[in-house]
Design a protein around this ligand. Structure first.
Ligand code: NAG
Ligand code: NAG
Ligand code: NAG
Ligand code: NAG
Ligand code: NAG
Length: 205
């Protein structure tokens, strides 16, 4: 799954979708005008095979790795995001360090209400890709924080794409919603300050 993931840079380029060059399963490199989002790696040479990852903090990824020779025993390692990057849980199995310029970031400023990111126009993916989105909520200390609701809105309307009592939410964008404006929202349910980061990505099918 992970090797098939392509972070796209959509938020500040609205209609110009740019893929991040990542090696896919066939070992072809998709060469686009790239913005390289840091894909977490297994840094221990003895356990170099990537299995999955989740955001440990806003700036670090907990990566589950195993040995190529002796697979089956997962070993967790930490991977640090670079300066100007934030971790986003982009699907149920993978997290990414996304450049802050290609992520959507917003916060509740301690107000007790639902807050949403700016909205951006979705650009339908090519047929061989799925368009996915992920968002993760953090406390001011950078730890994932559970909120009452995480929701995706299309054309500023409520949708069935939401989850309750989680600190992250990832989904596949349905075809019926392609070409609509998407925004990401959360309702913290407390007056604690909560910050959120969201990103879109392509998944090669
Ligand atoms: C990895 O990071 C977590 C905090 O996210 C920390 O508790 C843990 O000690 C770190 N592990 C290593 C091996 O650095
Ligand atoms: C929170 O504060 C930031 C910075 O002052 C501002 O840009 C943003 O619009 C505020 N968000 C809300 C929901 O009030
Ligand atoms: C979305 O909301 C607008 C008004 O805010 C409304 O005109 C439109 O019908 C809604 N679309 C859907 C699909 O609910
Ligand atoms: C987009 O998809 C969501 C979730 O399936 C659905 O609830 C919503 O009505 C759709 N919105 C539009 C505008 O098509
Ligand atoms: C992200 O949300 C899923 C549920 O969708 C949950 O199982 C997982 O623990 C969350 N990730 C973290 C790092 O807490």
């Amino acid at each position: 799954m992970f090797a098939q993931l392509y972070i796209i840079y959509i938020f500040f380029l609205v209609s110009a979708v740019v893929g991040i060059p990542v090696v896919n399963l066939q070992n072809q490199t998709f060469n686009t005008d790239g913005f390289v989002s840091a894909r977490p790696k297994c840094t221990d040479p003895k356990n170099a095979k990537y299995k999955s990852s989740v955001c440990a903090t806003r700036k670090s990824v907990r990566v589950s790795c195993e040995s190529y020779n002796n697979p089956g025993t997962a070993v967790d390692t930490n991977f640090s995001c670079g300066d100007g990057e934030s971790c986003v849980d982009i699907d149920s199995n993978d997290a990414f360090c996304v450049d802050d310029n290609s992520a959507q970031e917003w916060e509740n400023n301690q107000s007790f209400e639902r807050v949403c990111s700016a909205s951006v126009l979705l650009t339908p993916p090519q047929e061989t890709f799925q368009l996915v989105a992920g968002m993760t909520t953090y406390s001011t200390t950078g730890d994932p924080i559970q909120v009452v609701e995480l929701e995706v809105r299309y054309d500023d309307n409520d949708s069935d794409d939401f989850v309750l009592q989680e600190n992250n939410y990832s989904l596949t964008i349905k075809q019926e919603n392609f070409s609509r404006k998407i925004s990401f929202c959360f309702f913290a349910g407390t007056q604690e300050k909560v910050q959120a980061v969201a990103s879109l990505a392509y998944v090669l099918m």
